[in-house]
Design a protein around this ligand. Structure first.
Ligand code: PEP
Ligand code: MG
Length: 579
């Protein structure tokens, strides 16, 4: 039995057999197999070679233009390597002599050959190492690809274990079979974590080297409340966890009872609770969990898992479906926030050295106007179906916000000319998720109907901590006094300008921060649908005066640790089961 500590990102308990999946960089841990398994693994090596040869041969005949001739030559070299019997033998010998998996033998053998090439002084020869890595990846894709298919066609319950998961991969998991998720990389606000939370699948991330400790099929316990993963637990631990899991289910059941009651503090102050969604079919869940509308619809997820960009009609259908669930309650559609870890079109665009500081979000839209306008047209068309609001992400300065608004006006004029109906008074807002926008909030407030504070990015950019990097995850905190000061400024500026304000980052779904946010003056929160009942319970258990006291105490503290401990204690008194 081995206990690993990571970061809890999606609540709940999972006890299941592990299914290990890997991403494209193929970190293959050494895993021993039973001697009886060796024949199977050797056959897998042979099949991978055959499939890789077929794949490349097909490519050879497909490529007919002269420009492709060079690529064809390169692949001809790859094919020669793949036909080399001694290479195949070296790999299968390794499987046999050391009882290791096909993946491990392929990776080790090819990396060893590549390292010989790298050491050769001749530039031409040393560059051949890249070809060997390419061949390694092709073979591993064949080997792991089959496992990946397994994720799509699961027939039994599993706990997914991975080095790193992309939001796309996570969004494809079926809640029916995927009972839990654990990954080496990631942080609470990495998008894969956000998706896990939306799906209601217990998840722990930032486990650093978990993939090296788990073998496929090992039993694992994923404790998404405490941020713990237990590999090969003993029977006593399994028993305890089954009991704990039942108690947690009971809490959820109890919370379910209050979900249709209003989110009103004990002194009568009403708080609006909205849901964050990535897909239209989650709208129903928001309603079921007692949400009053959508405060953040992450529309970039429309771009995932599809070979081409969505059309205006694809956008429109998705928005119409969402609005139909809420009729005349707000649906806040955020324009696409592609880029950074939601870089879905890596094949089309060259990777950037610092993607979180690069061409992402509104910047990407402002440089891809056709795509941007297509989406804006669809949002405007859907605006006649209900209470649609439009929201621009990652604004960093006034010009950018004005440019986005100007393009929206252009699209409105186009629709006018075509006599297509839309809501001319549609509310237009921006996300405050960069320190520059927070500092300019009083000016920005003059031009927009509402702000939504995106704490996930605001924290990352204020503290210069990558939100998805487990190596710095302890530095990423909503309780940092610098972050709190910025949030306070934005709230005050929005109030002064009398515009609406909501918080839609993960801070709004974290029980510990609710009293603080209410005390700072927030009256609207948007969060992952499964978390709505728990947050409602906290709101219904406090008075705003209690929350003001919390803020007064905290404003006198300079240490993140002190603030965080204080908030945890205060919340524990209200909802001890959440801890
Ligand atoms: C945020 O940054 O807080 C936010 C809600 O946007 P996203 O998590 O999609 O970047
Ligand atoms: Mg953001």
């Amino acid at each position: 039995m081995e206990i690993k500590k990571g970061i809890a990102v999606s609540p709940g308990i999972a006890i299941a057999k592990s299914l290990i999946i890997d991403s494209e960089d193929y970190l293959i841990p050494r895993r021993s197999i039973h001697s009886s398994q060796r024949r199977v693994e050797i056959q897998r090596v042979r099949n991978a070679f055959t499939d890789a040869i077929d794949e490349l041969s097909q490519f050879q005949t497909e490529q007919e233009t002269i420009e492709q001739r060079k690529i064809k030559d390169i692949f001809a070299v790859h094919l020669r390597f793949l036909h080399d019997r001694s290479l195949r033998k070296k790999i299968t010998d390794l499987v046999y002599s050391e009882s290791v998996t096909a993946e491990y033998a392929v990776s080790t053998t090819l990396r060893e050959i590549a390292s010989h090439f790298t050491k050769v002084r001749d530039a031409y020869i040393s560059e051949r190492a890249a070809d060997i890595y390419d061949i390694e990846r092709r073979l591993l894709r064949q080997l792991l690809g089959k496992k990946r298919e397994d994720v799509d066609h699961l027939t039994e319950e599993v706990a997914i274990v991975a080095r790193e998961l992309s939001p796309t991969q996570t969004a494809g998991f079926s809640k029916r079979f995927v009972k839990g998720i654990a990954s080496d990389a990631g942080g609470r606000t990495s998008h894969a974590a956000i998706v896990a939370r939306s799906l209601g699948i217990p998840a722990v991330v930032a486990l650093e080297d978990l993939t090296e400790s788990v073998g496929g099929g090992d039993i694992v316990i994923i404790d998404g409340n405490r941020g713990i993963v237990i590999v090969n637990p003993d029977s006593e631990t399994i028993h305890q966890y089954k009991q704990y899991s039942e108690e947690f289910a009971e809490l959820e059941h109890r919370l379910d009872k209050i979900k249709q009651k209003p989110a009103i503090a004990r002194d009568g102050v009403k708080i609006t609770l909205l849901g964050n969604i990535e897909f239209p079919n989650e709208a129903e869940l928001v309603l079921q969990k007692g949400g009053e509308g959508i405060g953040l619809y992450r529309t970039e997820f429309l771009y995932l898992n599809r070979p081409s960009e969505p059309t205006e009609e694809d956008h429109y259908q998705a928005y119409a479906e969402t609005v139909s669930v809420f009729k005349h309650r707000p649906v806040t559609i955020r324009t696409v926030d592609l880029g950074a870890d939601k870089y879905t079109q890596s094949k089309r665009f060259a990777p950037e050295p610092n993607p979180f500081l690069g061409l992402r979000s509104i910047r990407f839209c402002l440089q891809n106007l056709t795509m941007f306008k297509t989406q804006l047209r669809a949002i405007l068309r859907a605006s006649v179906l209900g209470e649609v609001k439009i929201m621009f992400p990652l604004i960093t300065n006034i010009q950018e916000s004005m440019q986005a608004k100007m393009i929206l006006r252009d699209v409105m004029e186009d629709l006018d000319e075509e006599s297509i109906a839309y809501n001319k008074d549609i509310q237009i807002g921006i996300m405050i998720e960069t320190p520059s926008a927070a500092l300019m909030a009083s000016t920005l407030a003059r031009d927009f109907d509402f702000f939504s504070i995106g704490t996930n990015d605001l924290i990352q950019y204020t503290l210069a901590v990558d939100r998805g990097n487990e190596l710095v995850s302890t530095l990423y905190s909503s309780a940092d006094p610098a972050v709190l000061r910025l949030i306070r400024t934005v709230i005050q500026d929005a109030h002064k300008a009398q515009i609406d304000l909501s918080v839609c980052g993960e801070m709004a779904s974290d029980p510990e921060y609710i009293m603080l946010l209410l005390g700072l003056g927030v009256r609207s929160l948007s969060l992952a649908p499964p978390m709505i009942p728990e947050i409602k319970q906290i709101i219904r258990s406090v008075t705003i005066e209690d929350c003001n006291t919390v803020v007064r105490k905290i404003l006198g503290m300079n240490s993140e640790r002190q603030i965080s401990n204080y908030l945890r204690d205060a919340t524990r008194k209200i909802l001890p089961e959440a801890f």
